[in-house]
Ligand binder design. Structure first.
Ligand code: URA
Length: 307
């Protein structure tokens, strides 16, 4: 297959070769599973892209007390419903500008412990095995945000494992990066029953801990994976197919010493596995290339020395 990627004698690539390079770069060359995969059926789709989801009204950036900065949630399914105001109180330590990598790592450790001890959703949630706080480089310039842990993540206590995790790894590798260089987290830190979409009241109490993680890492770019993450992070009701590939923005809680952060919404890796069309693969790769450009990075050349 790789032999077909050689340019034509005049150095130009045919359209088929260009598409093949996209596939190769994003690890989608021949099948929805990696070559190391089992060939089993793809992981069940994220609830994210199946059903109406909670959306968040982004908090206004105002120099108010930290508790007042909490996002207000409403459901896309019932837009007339009363908003759910989060009562999360951001500790001053979480609002200050982060220091070096060690300082960021210390902050993440503190948030992790405080979340485990006090998150009203995760303390009440039943049926989950482990909390999945998130992982990666504390000083990452790129952060991926998903929706909630699934089965594999619940068992291991780590984000994005299983088939969707393999696909995310391939996407990261296609960008010339490794999992260790980025930071990965989800809105909810405990698995929902039957993998259902997070409820607004769950997001209202668990979601702010993700905000604190973002404030600690302060990445240059956030990539949201799937509809619910895009809606929550970008504060929009727009569907993922409408906003993917378009630059959005994460607005920090009021009082935070953090600029707004550019957000690139793209499809959830589960959706890519489930909807294995050339168009979806190209759209994801195009989104990731836009992120690389924003970071001032050059995409690796598939099969080349940097790819
Ligand atoms: N999907 C998510 O959104 N998060 C995970 O950690 C795993 C799958």
């Amino acid at each position: 297959m790789r032999g077909t990627l050689r340019p034509m004698s005049d150095g130009r690539l045919s359209m088929q070769q260009v598409l093949a390079r996209f596939d190769q770069a994003i690890g989608l060359e021949t099948s929805p599973r990696t070559s190391a995969g089992t060939g089993a059926a793809p992981e069940a789709p994220s609830a994210a892209d199946r059903v109406p989801v909670p959306a968040v009204v982004a908090p206004a950036r105002a120099p108010a007390a930290s508790a007042a900065a909490a996002p207000v949630l409403r459901t896309a399914a019932a837009p007339a419903a009363a908003p759910i105001a989060s009562t999360h109180v951001y500790p001053p330590e979480s609002l200050r500008a982060p220091g070096d990598a060690a300082d960021r790592a210390r902050r993440l450790t503190e948030i992790d412990a405080r979340h485990a001890a006090s998150c009203p959703h995760c303390l009440a949630a039943t049926g989950h095995t482990r909390l999945v706080f998130g992982e990666g480089a504390a000083h990452a310039e790129l952060m991926f945000v998903g929706e909630a842990p699934g089965d594999a993540e619940d068992r291991a206590g780590r984000p994005f494992l299983g088939a969707a995790g393999e696909k995310l790894d391939e996407m990261i590798k296609a960008m010339g990066l490794s999992r260790e260089q980025v930071y990965i987290a989800s809105i909810l830190k405990s698995r929902t029953p039957d993998n259902r979409t997070p409820m607004p009241e769950e997001v209202a109490v668990c979601g702010p801990f993700l905000m604190e993680q973002i404030l600690a890492v302060q990445p240059k770019v956030i990539v949201t994976l799937g509809g619910p993450a895009a809606k929550w992070i970008c504060g929009t009701d727009a569907g993922i197919s409408r906003i993917r590939g378009t630059w959005q923005q994460w607005t920090p809680p009021a009082g935070a010493d953090c600029p707004p952060i550019p957000v690139m919404p793209t499809y959830h890796p589960s959706y890519v596995l489930r909807t294995y069309t050339k168009q979806v693969r190209m759209e994801v790769w195009s989104d990731l290339r836009a992120v690389l450009a924003k970071l001032g990075r050059t995409p690796p050349v598939p099969g080349g020395t940097n790819g």
